[in-house]
Write a protein that binds this ligand. Sequence first.
Ligand code: NOJ
Ligand code: CA
Length: 555
Amino acid sequence: MKKWWKEAVVYQIYTKSFYDTNGDGIGDLRGIIEKLDYIQALGTTVIWLNPIYSSPDVDNGYDIADYQSIDERYGTLEDFKELLAEAHKRGIRLIMDMVLNHTSDEHMWFQESRKSKDNPYRDFYIWRPAKDGKEPNNWGNYFYEGKGSAWEYDESTGEYYLHNYSKKMPDLNWDNPRLKEAMCQMMRWWLDLGVDGFRMDAVNRLVKPKGLPDSPNPPTPPVGIYGYVVDRTMCANCPGIHQLLHELNQEVFGRYDIMVVGETGNVDAAIAIDYVKEERQEIDMVFHFEIAKNPVLKTAAQIKEIQRRWYHVVEQHGWITQYLSNHDTPRQVSWFGDDETYRYESATMLALMTHTHPGTVYIYQGEEIGMTNVDFPSIDYYNEKYTVGKYHTMVESGVDPETALNSLKKTSRDNDRTPVQWNSREHGGFTTGTPWINANPNYKEINVEKEEQAERSVLRFYRTLTAMRREHPVMVYGSYEQILEDHPELIIYKREYQGEAWLVICNFYGREQIMPKEALKELEKGDARLLLGNYQGGETTERIRPYEARIYRCR
Ligand code: NOJ
Ligand code: CA
């Protein structure tokens, strides 16, 4: 079925790092308003805002203290309304990040909850007495924080509360109908204000396993954390989660013309279908972690295998997402491409591949100018919880600091959180003050202003792709069939829709390839015409150059 959100290209904005207008070093809503024309010119049709609610900011806003107010560092509710109106004026919709798994410990609910065992908010969170004088189970927190446990002892009532993330982010208790009702009301409040949907944080973790059993899995390498087990599967996809999401759909999502995309770790295509199959009325699509945010770099063959499995979800009347980076991943050109010799070629190849696969496309801020990973000289420059937590755990358990830092650098979430590079002025023009996190020192070479003028411009390539999506429904609704599934370096596939047929060829590596005869045969079948390529001329049907990508229209 046709839907606006299937056709969308979403632009993800990490407000804190986007654009600062008042010189406090922190990106803000007015900064987004100023850049709306840029976002419109990019051809993106939806903005996803990472959390901008009031927050003590231990996890850059994923620790929410008040769901119905804007953090003052980002602006005011008036600024937000203006942003929404200005975006809508330009035909751009806006979705909010909805964090329902936990709140900040500074949220009023938690402040009340911890006061006494009979406080009306007690059961908004998950409290347990000690077990044999210790934590209620062996779960470790995902941030490797403190001594590692996912439980924090609270003196006032002598019990532990569960926090899968930071101890300043207590997990909510979704078995409590009062919590559910409060959350539904809150979400309807945003929707009534005019927002166009939600990105649902950790949405498959809301329901916890009955009885909160110990994890049977041993600690993950390279180092364990004091006997606790960081096992992210324990709270993923537990019985009851589908019923809950269906309820949220009936109470909230289904009542508006919105899009809902869930963030779901520990989900593969076979599991995902139950979340996104149209007739089940839960959510519209999920972000899986099989390609992006994977600690192991995937090969072309693996990526093809993953894409084939996920296309099945589309065939079964579900919907999927296409993205290679977000605020939790490395920069895609550094992770999958070559950010030195072939930065332009690999950035554009990855873009072309993403935009021509079935699914809603997501662009993470800065990706459209080919921003790269950062290489900070010491842990002091790093900010995000996971990198810092894991670093200290490693060093404390005897790993040499340099080795520890090097092992974390490539995948650190801070790679994606350095400020957007607007021009060659100090801090990449992000702020006139001191940025909350340093800019990538390469801002003089890589920035929006340069990209506007460059002959080989990643930015212009993105604009071409988004324009093509508006013109060619085959990019959205076309069937998808790979050829040469086992080719180790080339990713080649056909898309077809209402008489239009495309052949897409992506060289996933920096080596030249011979055009396989199977691809040639496809090209010779019709009257193939090159629609778009990422080299300026010189295409031959014999060779495919490093990171070259082409779209042919065969019919
Ligand atoms: C997923 C978010 O993308 C990440 O940034 C955050 O740390 C966790 N969820 C906890 O909310
Ligand atoms: Ca600011």
